[in-house]
Design a protein around this ligand. Structure first.
Ligand code: HEC
Length: 157
């Protein structure tokens, strides 16, 4: 109970700091979506890195079996952030995010949810330390990455 209270207290402090920060930065920075786009692309790159690393371990290209759970946890954490990194107004020419993300909000949310469910399965398989199950779960995650990209990401220009 104590640690829950502590994290809530920390959360409140953090929320206060974020409010202060956004007040200081002001609306001009918000109107410029380039930071949102960069932040989103960095999250996607991180996903790509962790997927590549865990796949190399699962295929036996490298050792580090003990790292599987860590990569899976990172992918799961990033999956929980994915719905947040597409704020309204962060579309346009400077990003590969398609306008359909905001036009078809329900379809996009379904893609996010499918990804989160697959990431949770990967986390479970990695926690059990079973490389075969991790391989299968990785395929499942990869399909949800691809499913969203096909529907909601512009081709490389
Ligand atoms: C719900 C939709 C969605 C899911 C799920 C998703 N992505 Fe993406 N991804 C996108 C969109 C949209 C972009 C384009 C972002 C932009 O340019 O602002 C993108 C961009 C990327 C990029 C290019 C980043 C860059 O440098 O510009 C990589 C790499 C990537 N995704 C990897 C992944 C991987 C790996 C997964 C699964 C583990 C994944 N994505 C899951 C929607 C998704």
């Amino acid at each position: 109970m104590k640690s829950v209270t502590m994290s809530v207290a920390k959360g409140v402090l953090l929320a206060g700091a974020v409010t202060l920060f956004s007040t200081a930065v002001g609306p001009a920075a918000r109107a410029d979506a380039s930071a949102d786009i960069k932040y989103r692309q960095a999250a996607m790159k991180a996903l790509g890195s962790h997927m590549g690393s865990i796949a190399a371990i699962a295929k036996g290209e490298v050792g580090h079996a003990g790292h599987m759970a860590g990569h899976a946890a990172a992918i799961d954490a990033l999956a929980s952030m994915t719905g947040d990194v597409f704020p309204e107004g962060s579309g346009g020419d400077a990003t590969r995010a398609r306008d359909e993300i905001w036009r078809d909000a329900a379809g996009f949310e379904a893609a996010v949810k499918a990804f989160q469910a697959a990431a949770a399965k990967l986390l479970e398989a990695a926690g059990a330390g079973d490389a075969g199950a991790v391989g299968a779960a990785l395929g499942g995650v990869g399909r949800t990455c691809g499913g969203c990209h096909r529907a909601f990401r512009k081709p490389r220009s």
